[in-house]
Design a protein around this ligand. Structure first.
Ligand code: UDP
Length: 247
């Protein structure tokens, strides 16, 4: 069923949020719209919404099973999920296991450098400002989260990284980096929100050493490499095969 009865609360670049009968629950619809470079590059990719919804659903389930609090409740349909209604904190928390992307554009660190321990950075979520990176002091000055909440966000992000890195390794995928968003649920508890998909994670195929062919995430769109949906499909296929082998 794809029909939603609730009213539209918010429409973002890749998702629409609708109210549900329960005031503490929302429906999140994943769209086919693709954007990059803070929405300066746009396109529509058939099937992306379905794949990101299903990949996110599977990964949120995996995290919940490992004790990570998330907003995810259950899938509603192929492109829609039920989630806790949260107040999203306007922060993008990025954790990197391998250097690439903005880290290599903005610092002399070489592409492909292994980051051990992983590098965690906070960015202020605002397209118009270009999602600027925050120093510790700027983060404190913004006062979006207090010191203990900051620690909690960092601990959750590091745990999510450990869980996902190990999981994707078993699927022959390297988890290069990813971005998380957090929100406060109706009880004031901090939970992982938004999505976890090839739109906000970088995956490299362990079975492929070609630096372009191994890319199985949104970098295919960002860099005009083609085969975007095939890459997302491949991630989903490996997740599904893992689940059917496990059950
Ligand atoms: N990311 C994201 N949304 C953003 C910026 C980054 O989901 O607005 C993700 C991106 O997909 C990658 C990680 O965060 O997995 C690190 O991205 P980076 O800072 O290297 O940015 P980019 O090279 O895409 O500008």
């Amino acid at each position: 069923m794809n029909h939603i009865q609730g009213s539209l609360i918010y429409e973002g670049k890749a998702k629409r949020i609708f109210s549900s009968e329960d005031p503490n629950r929302v429906l999140i619809e994943f769209k086919n719209d693709a954007t990059a470079f803070n929405a300066k590059k746009r396109s529509e990719i058939d099937g992306k919404g379905r794949l990101n919804c299903r990949i996110s659903g599977a990964l949120f389930k995996l995290l919940e099973a490992n004790g990570i609090p998330t907003h995810f409740l259950e899938l509603h349909s192929e492109t829609i999920m039920f989630a806790d209604k949260v107040n999203v904190i306007p922060l993008e928390v990025v954790i990197r296991n391998i250097a690439t992307g903005s880290l290599c554009r903005e610092t002399p660190i070489n592409h492909g450098t292994i980051l051990n321990p992983p590098l965690l950075d906070f960015y202020y979520k605002d397209d118009q400002l270009g999602d600027p990176i925050l120093t510790e002091r700027r983060l404190k000055l913004l006062d979006l989260i207090n010191a203990s909440q900051k620690e909690e966000v960092e601990e959750i992000t590091e745990s999510v990284n450990k869980i996902l890195k190990e999981y994707f390794d078993s699927l022959d995928l390297i988890l290069v980096d990813f971005k998380l968003e957090f929100g406060f649920n109706s009880l004031g508890k901090i939970v992982v929100a938004d999505e976890i998909s090839p739109d906000n994670c970088r995956f490299w195929d362990k079975k492929n050493s070609d630096p372009q062919d191994r890319i199985l995430d949104k970098d295919r769109f960002r860099q005009d490499l083609g085969g975007v949906i095939d890459a997302y499909e491949e991630i989903f296929k490996r997740i599904e095969n893992f689940s059917s082998n496990a059950s």
